[in-house]
Design a protein around this ligand. Structure first.
Ligand SMILES: [Zn+2]
Length: 121
């Protein structure tokens, strides 16, 4: 938060090339597909995104050991741009605090975020 679209963000946090050219939400919000200008495509599911939400609430729940292992049938209700670097995703379980940087979303969809997420348990 607090990042401004005009500012230059260095490092791996945000790569402008990770902002997708197109987003498709299918299967009633359960599938999430992105495609980029370089021709690459990747797909993930609403549950995978919900499980990887990094908002303060979810981070706290994980630390307290109260974060669910699954979100069955959760769907994406809405996706809105959040500045230039991220998307704000609303889920059907009512959770709407998640801000997902494009770099993080791309990492999740391509599997690259797996290693980064796992060690936290
Ligand atoms: Zn969250």
């Amino acid at each position: 938060m607090g990042l401004q679209p005009q500012s230059t963000v260095d490092g791996p946090l945000f790569d402008a090339n990770d902002a997708p050219e197109e987003i498709v939400v299918a299967r009633g919000g359960r599938d999430f597909r992105m495609s980029w200008t370089d021709g690459s495509k990747a797909e993930t599911g609403a549950e995978q995104l919900r499980l990887r939400c990094r908002c303060a609430w979810c981070t706290r729940a994980r630390a307290d050991g109260e974060f669910p292992n699954a979100f069955e049938d959760v769907a994406i209700v809405a996706i809105e741009p959040f500045g230039a670097h991220a998307a704000h995703i609303r889920f059907s379980d009512g959770h709407d605090r998640g801000i997902f940087p494009w770099t993080y979303l791309r990492g999740i969809a391509t599997g690259a975020a797996e290693a980064a997420v796992r060690p936290r348990g």
